[in-house]
Unconditional design. Structure first.
Length: 238
């Protein structure tokens, strides 16, 4: 039995009866947050984190590939949590590059907001920031695949945390006209995070672009501003 199958069995032993059916019904009636064909078995995220901490040292990337290609959502999320732990504990550049290459090779399995937001900025964002390499993110941002576009902008969260905002603002402008509401939410969320770090940076961006921002994006971006400012932007948008 491969280690991937061992991990799958451990997760199966943690299943909450009935929870999978509830999640399956709930997410299939959403707006595309989860891909069609996803199976939910009902394992909590804290339990998945516990399993990831237990296995990240011993499971190989090849075995992770087996887990990440599963149709079961909790398998894929656990695989990405394991990958995050591996990346955070890997100090040499060669080892980190192997993980990045693995991540990019498997983007087709990272196809919902939960999987993207759990792993992306902690792996891609950190790697691109520390190696001053934005080309990976620029390529993803130019992809026709919405989830790869979302990976690009979410990865810039690491840059924001380091006080660097230009890449986020560049990707935000690229994606303002994207047709999917999930991209508007991600873009607005990242802009809001800029505002939490430096409100002037956000206000400068809003003053230039708020009239062309989709309403969802704008609402997310201004969420932490004071009420008078928020109302001014919303009124100007109508």
């Amino acid at each position: 039995m491969t280690l991937a199958k061992v991990v799958a069995k451990v997760l199966a032993d943690l299943v909450i009866p009935g929870k999978g059916e509830i999640l399956q019904t709930f997410f299939k009636t959403g707006k595309g947050e989860y891909g069609e064909g996803d199976i939910f078995i009902g394992v909590t995220v804290p339990e998945q984190r516990s399993v990831a901490k237990e296995f990240y040292k011993t499971i190989t990337l090849d075995e992770l590939s087996e887990l990440l290609s599963s149709k079961i959502h909790e398998h894929r999320l656990t695989a990405l949590l394991i990958l995050v732990y591996k990346f955070e504990k890997t100090k040499d550049k060669i080892g980190q590059k192997e993980i990045i290459d693995f991540y990019l090779k498997h983007t087709k399995y990272i196809n919902n907001w939960d999987l993207v937001d759990t792993s992306c900025y902690k792996i891609l964002g950190r790697y691109c920031f520390e190696n001053q390499n934005s080309k990976i993110l620029e390529k993803l941002s130019d992809s026709d695949d919405m989830w790869e576009k979302r990976m690009a902008i979410v990865a810039t969260m690491h840059h924001i945390k380091k006080g660097k905002f230009e890449l986020t603002k560049t990707f935000a402008l690229k994606n303002l006209k994207h047709p999917h509401d999930l991209m508007h939410k991600a873009t607005g969320w990242l802009l809001r995070e800029i505002g939490k770090m430096n409100e002037t940076e956000l206000l400068d961006f809003l003053n230039l672009h708020y009239k062309e921002m989709p309403r969802t994006c704008l609402r997310y971006a201004i969420e932490k501003l004071d009420e008078e400012l928020r109302q001014n932007y919303l009124k100007g948008r109508i």
